[in-house]
Ligand binder design. Structure first.
Ligand code: GLN
Length: 464
């Protein structure tokens, strides 16, 4: 708003964001910067405003792009060696929509390679440090996005969430993040992880900003046949009355700081007149196992296209064609990518398909039904995002199962296709951010964000 009314120029706003990005270089947030192009776009926008021409709703607003969205600006690496040389020939639909409204990408930010992970420690470009404690992880996979917003380098960043990758880093850094209903925002031009779980969303400093981004980016896209007909724009907001609590999530495996934050928020809501409803959802104890069958199965098929022939990196050591495939993939993927390829092939192979993949798909249906039943009893659910606040760098990276356990509370939403909004609710005694997630029925995203804005902590914010 301040830009359109000429209080601040787009150039000074973009320059400030670029300067802050440099100041925080030690956090290892950005994989590549877009300095020259960003300043040129800002100049164009200032010139339009000076001439009194109409500008978009995000005119001159700088943002950070998770490095798994294709865009003609710079390389798209997905934080991997295998895609490092990739120059994308197109813009992802979400990027196209943001840019059309005048948003300016200042750079591309870190993630776990191909979004496989919960800490950014699986990135080919090294770990991103947490905004509140540099000995701890940013969370992941959208760790770069979360820290860029939390340190106020940019007001928002793009993210993808396949099993928690927006919500968990948002809560590790004390900001807001939305994983929309499956199919709300086009996945066209986004490096695929697991196509039936992947959701495009955003991380920002307020639920209101997330709402604007959803207004801009939600909608059907002929280039992504899984997108829903638009239900978001200008939809009426419904205030919830009954708040559900998943009793099965209340276990000793969840850190006392997180359980304390949940209890405190529920007490507040109760005294504000909301009804608290206990939910029994025993099927959710299988959710993590189901996710770590379905997700690798889809990963395996999505990663098969990276063979050293069609895109990106090719190993120089290879001579014959079959060597090109093997050497390129062995050298170009990170260990976690390979682990998922192996597990995915295993659960899909004949003899194991029925025992693992088919069974997981049946359990997924039961998880979908459990959420449908839950939303007959309550309007929204309030739950933790992760079992603990940000953990130490190196603490879990050599123990894949411990790392997978991080996702125990977040993957259920992706399996069910329902929306979730991470909200900041406070800090531990040592200053680590604490987050919770609001979960709603499919297509309730707008109401969920309105409620998130009402009950989440507000962050100091200079309006752009
Ligand atoms: N941490 C989860 C995983 O490793 C989710 C990742 C994501 O949402 N992209 O699969």
């Amino acid at each position: 708003m301040k830009i359109a009314s000429k209080e601040i120029s787009a150039v000074s706003l973009v320059q400030e964001a670029l300067d802050k990005a440099k100041k925080y270089a030690d956090y290892n947030i950005f994989i590549s910067m877009n300095e020259e192009a960003a300043l040129n776009r800002a100049k164009e926008i200032d010139a339009k405003i000076a001439k009194g021409e109409k500008v978009g709703r995000l005119a001159g607003v700088p943002y950070a792009c998770k490095d798994n969205f294709l865009s003609k600006q710079g390389a798209t690496t997905a934080a991997s060696k295998i895609l490092e040389p990739l120059k994308a020939p197109l813009d992802a639909t979400a990027i196209e929509k943001l840019e059309k409204e005048g948003a300016i990408m200042i750079g591309r930010v870190n993630l776990d390679a191909f979004a496989h992970g919960s800490s950014t420690e699986n990135s080919y470009f090294g770990v991103t440090k947490n905004s509140a404690d540099t000995t701890r992880v940013a969370g992941g996979s959208s760790g770069g996005s979360a820290v860029a917003v939390a340190l106020d380098i940019v007001p928002f960043a793009t993210g993808t969430d396949t099993g928690g990758s927006i919500r968990q880093p948002a809560s590790f850094n004390g900001i807001y993040g939305i994983k929309p209903t499956y199919g709300t925002i086009s996945r066209y031009g986004v490096v695929a992880m697991a196509s039936s779980l992947d959701c495009v969303g955003f991380l920002a400093r307020s639920a209101e900003d997330l709402d604007l981004l959803m207004e801009i980016c939600a909608g059907q896209d002929p280039k992504d046949l899984t997108t829903l007909p638009d239900y978001y724009v200008n939809r009426e907001v419904k205030e919830p009355k009954k708040i559900g609590v998943i009793k099965d999530f209340d276990s000793d495996a969840i850190d006392s700081t997180i359980r304390g934050a949940l209890k405190q928020k529920l007490d507040e809501l109760k005294s504000d007149g909301y009804e608290i409803v206990d939910l029994e959802m025993p099927i959710l104890k299988y959710a993590l196992a189901v996710y770590y069958i379905i997700c690798p199965a889809e990963v395996t098929s999505n990663l098969s296209r990276y063979d050293g022939i069609r895109y990106g990196y090719r190993s120089d050591e290879a001579k014959a064609v079959d060597e090109i495939f093997g050497k390129t993939r062995s050298d170009g993927f990170m260990p976690e990518n390979k682990r998922r390829i192996m597990v995915g092939n295993f659960v899909l192979s004949s003899g194991f398909y029925d025992a693992y993949f088919l069974k997981a798909m049946k359990a997924r249906t039961l998880i979908i039904q459990a959420f449908e039943d839950a939303f007959k009893k309550c309007d929204v659910i309030l739950a933790p995002v992760s079992p603990n606040p940000a953990f130490k760098i190196g603490e879990k990276v050599n123990d894949p199962v411990a790392m997978y356990m991080e996702d125990i509370l977040s993957v259920t939403l992706n399996l069910a296709g329902v929306p979730g909004v991470a909200i900041p609710v406070g800090k531990t005694e040592s200053g680590l951010p604490l987050g919770l997630q609001l979960i709603g029925p499919r297509r309730s995203d707008k109401s969920l964000l309105a409620f998130a804005g009402k009950i989440g902590n507000s962050l100091d914010k200079e309006g752009a």
